[in-house]
Write a protein that binds this ligand. Structure first.
Ligand SMILES: *Cc1c(COP(=O)(O)O)cnc(C)c1O
Length: 336
């Protein structure tokens, strides 16, 4: 699997650190919990979309695009990272933001990722919840083509076989770090949404016969649908790399019990997990993805799902910028 065969630009600070979480581990009483810091990729406050965008922007430039188009929810980390990546390579960036939550407060609609989208010079238009956003993206691409532009549309989350290559690379990076540290990884846990992160990881880890299982913690879709989406994308990603019949459906496992009230709405356990990790480890999670992923990990530890003597790696996928879109969910007192 030579990833160097694919067009790529450099955006991320790699390798991202793989660090122990000693105070969280002690608090929970085992297993050993490690964290892979993909919140530290360095692009506009970081996150998992950076690795995908290295291949997506590489492909856009190879195709002679003069702008990128993408879509996501109002507080999309993917939209913000795409705006930053486009800025770095002198491409215009236009965003389609889906009002997926209906939240009307000022912080949600203007702070956090929305503020950074505009800081990076992106333009944006909104769409109501529940429409086919990737179809909408194609319509808008057509509008720009008719105006003489060369848009490169990027599907939601950058989750296609090109973007997922970034997480095939992350799987290779993680295996090398584990070897260097003498660490046997028993399970890799990640939040899973548009599926590209888990699909790339599963493709990379299974193709290398690593024996490292991935557990996705869902943030939106029910289990069957989420696993199907990840499996299909893992297969397509491997096909894009010229590999067939590598992954089995059983290699893809998602637990979707921690979605709470729905996409973009933190559950009480999400908020508790964000506070716990902030207080014990000085690390910022987010209310939409990594907070739910960590809430799942913590609850599963408490239920004895993982062997006490095992090593669990949590992939920190970033997103802390979205905290500024959710100040009231934490219930802190105002300064007098
Ligand atoms: C997009 C995102 C995810 C989910 O990754 P997918 O590849 O969409 O499944 C997880 N965490 C954060 C912070 C994200 O922005």
């Amino acid at each position: 699997m030579q990833l160097s065969r694919f067009p790529r630009v450099r955006l991320a600070h790699l390798p991202t650190p793989l660090e122990p979480m000693p105070r969280l581990t002690a608090h929970l009483g085992g297993p050993q919990i490690w964290i892979k810091r993909d919140d530290c990729t360095g692009l506009s406050s970081g996150g998992n979309k950076t690795r995908k965008l290295e291949y997506l922007i590489g492909d856009a430039l190879a195709q002679g695009a003069d702008m990128v188009l993408t879509q996501g929810a109002t507080q999309s980390n993917h939209a913000r990272q795409t705006a930053a990546a486009a800025a770095k390579f002198g491409l215009a960036c236009h965003l389609l933001l889906e009002d997926r939550t209906g939240k009307t407060d000022e912080a949600y609609r203007a702070n956090g990722n929305v503020l950074l989208d505009f800081l990076h010079g992106a333009t944006a238009e909104e769409r109501p919840a529940g429409i086919d956003m990737n179809a909408e993206l194609e319509k808008v691409a057509e509008r720009f083509r008719a105006a003489g532009r060369k848009p490169y549309p990027i599907v939601g989350g950058g989750s296609n076989p090109v973007g997922a290559l970034g997480y095939v690379g992350a799987a290779q990076e993680l295996m090398a770090q584990a070897t260097e540290l003498g660490l046997t990884i028993d399970t890799l846990v990640t939040a899973t949404g548009s599926a590209g992160t888990q699909a790339g990881l599963v493709a990379g880890l299974v193709a290398a016969r690593s024996g490292i299982p991935v557990l996705g913690i869902g943030v939106r879709a029910p289990k069957e649908k989420q696993e199907d989406n990840v499996f299909k994308l893992a297969e397509k990603t491997l096909a894009h790399m010229g590999l067939a019949d590598v992954v089995q459906r059983s290699d893809v496992v998602a637990n979707c019990d921690y979605v709470g009230p729905g996409y973009g709405f933190p559950a009480p356990g999400t908020i508790a997990a964000i506070k716990l990790v902030a207080e014990l480890e000085g690390i910022l999670l987010d209310p939409v993805y990594s907070g739910k992923g960590m809430a799942g990990l913590i609850d599963l530890v408490k239920r004895g799902f993982f062997a006490k003597a095992s090593n669990i790696v949590f992939l920190h996928t970033g997103g802390s910028v979205a905290l500024f879109g959710y100040p009231q969910d934490f219930g802190f007192a105002k300064l007098a």
